[in-house]
Design a protein around this ligand. Structure first.
Ligand code: SF4
Length: 458
């Protein structure tokens, strides 16, 4: 029996798909070995953060109708945050009658149980004609207890994703996440440490701590000594050779205590993703981000004063409903001032049910021009900063063979920069000192210090 999981959206979803895979393996399913073979179950792990991810997911669920006709035994499941939106359950119920199982973000542990019920009802249907369909999207009160026992089938070696906090309390005015993923719930320190330890024992060289807002880890735990900085220090004290990254940080919750924990550690990477979204105070206020431009720039100075080589990346949204040309110029100015090593740039798209969706919208042509300008600017900043790496030697954790360069592998520096150099699949998972000889925009190229002859071969 084979399974296929189609994942949309962020790293959180990628990791949730690893849990879905773990549950399916427990039920006796194996990953689909080839697209030429028909799967027995298809799971769509959806995302509703952006309109196009949602439309793609719905489009693909529609396409599977034909597959289901060819193979009526196929089980179709839809999970992820799209299912948690107001009315989504009913839309799927009516428009996609061939979908068997719909599970919310805090219900995926019910997958084996629901598969069992679907199969049992199909067997019984020969007599009664009734077919079971599962629609579990309510928030489980014992969610964390259940989740701790959910197996994970990891697919991102040598990086392991580890959730530390679920949900979000922030209600940025453009964002649907708090409505579909619920309030913040932190895992216990012991559970996080146990999971990180087991990843290290299994040979994962890097762990990425995940949460919509990792900086508010522990706020919902009664023990006041539990917070994100304390968690980082405890992870840093674990034995073994490994690295830790985390995402995502919220500028209103990032503080000096967290920066000190990073700066004084050996294992926490000097790398942070700190979404700014906009450079104008007025837009930040309308977005309900709860920090100012000055506060944000102060954080950047504080981080760099403690970690001069820190790699800083960000998210930037252009075309928010109240963004004027002057506001946009503030964003351009901020991007120039900060010097991000990379930025994920987005055009604002309204999400039904959020306050910003009800505001008058900016014409598409204006958004298009602004996103083009920001991308061009960031590319030039990235290119300039990349050149600073040339001649230096950096420890790189090899992640994979380089997809576009035969005989080469790729991995990341502590600061998060992608490096490509001569190597083979045997190097995946190893830490290698690499001398950088060339930069091409965001990518760096070099050779392993202990194999300089590869310089000629590469
Ligand atoms: S912090 Fe804001 S943007 Fe991030 S998930 Fe929460 S509401 Fe959405």
């Amino acid at each position: 029996m084979f399974y296929k999981i189609v994942t949309y959206g962020c790293q959180m979803n990628v990791h949730e798909s690893e849990k879905i895979a773990g549950l399916l393996e427990q039920c006796g399913y194996s990953p689909l070995p080839s697209e030429d073979i028909a799967p027995d179950i298809i799971v769509f792990n959806t995302c509703c953060i952006r309109d196009n991810a949602e439309r793609r997911a719905l489009g693909n669920i529609g396409v599977v109708k034909a597959e289901k006709k060819r193979n009526p035994a196929l089980i179709l499941a839809v999970c992820g945050c799209m299912t948690q939106q107001d009315g989504a359950k009913d839309v799927i119920k009516q428009r996609y009658p061939y979908v068997d199982i719909v599970l919310g973000t805090r219900n995926i542990s019910r997958l084996p149980e629901e598969i069992g019920k679907v199969l049992a009802s199909r067997a019984a249907a020969k007599k009664s004609d009734k077919r079971y369909r599962a629609f579990d999207t309510e928030y489980l009160s014992d969610y964390l207890n259940v989740d701790e026992n959910t197996p994970v089938f990891r697919t991102s070696y040598p990086n392991a994703w580890v959730n530390i906090i679920y949900g979000c309390n922030n209600f940025c005015s453009y964002c649907i996440v708090p409505y579909v993923r619920g309030r913040e719930v932190s895992r216990s320190v012991d559970d996080v440490l146990d999971e990180v330890k087991s990843c290290v024992d299994e040979g994962y060289g890097e762990t990425t701590l995940l949460g919509q807002n990792v900086n508010s880890y522990g706020n919902d735990i009664a023990d006041r000594d539990v917070n994100f900085a304390a968690l980082l220090r405890k992870i840093d004290a674990l034995d073994g050779k490994f690295r830790v990254r985390f995402m995502t940080s919220h500028p209103k919750d990032l503080n000096e205590e967290i920066a000190d924990a990073m700066a004084q550690s050996n294992k926490i990477c000097k790398n942070i993703h700190l979404p700014v979204q906009a450079g104008s105070d007025k837009v930040l206020r309308d977005m309900n981000r709860r920090y100012t431009r000055e506060h944000y720039l102060g954080l950047i100075d504080m981080l760099r004063s403690k970690m001069p080589d820190i790699g800083i990346t960000t998210d930037i949204m252009v075309g928010f409903p109240t963004e004027t040309e002057e506001d946009f110029r503030d964003t351009v100015d901020l991007v120039e001032k900060v010097g991000y090593s990379n930025a994920f740039t987005f055009v604002y798209s309204p999400r039904k049910g959020t306050p910003a969706a009800a505001m008058p919208q900016i014409p598409y042509e204006i958004k298009k021009r602004r996103i083009g300008e920001i991308i061009k600017l960031q590319n030039s900043v990235t290119k300039r900063l990349s050149e600073n790496y040339i001649g230096g030697v950096y420890e790189v954790l090899v992640e994979d063979v380089a997809p576009k360069h035969a005989g080469m592998v790729c991995g990341r520096t502590d600061s998060g920069r992608l490096v490509t150099f001569p190597g083979s699949s045997d190097d995946v998972g190893k830490f290698v000192d690499v001398r950088i000889t060339e930069s091409r925009s965001a990518s760096l190229f070099g050779f392993a210090e202990d194999k300089p002859f590869d310089k000629q071969n590469g």
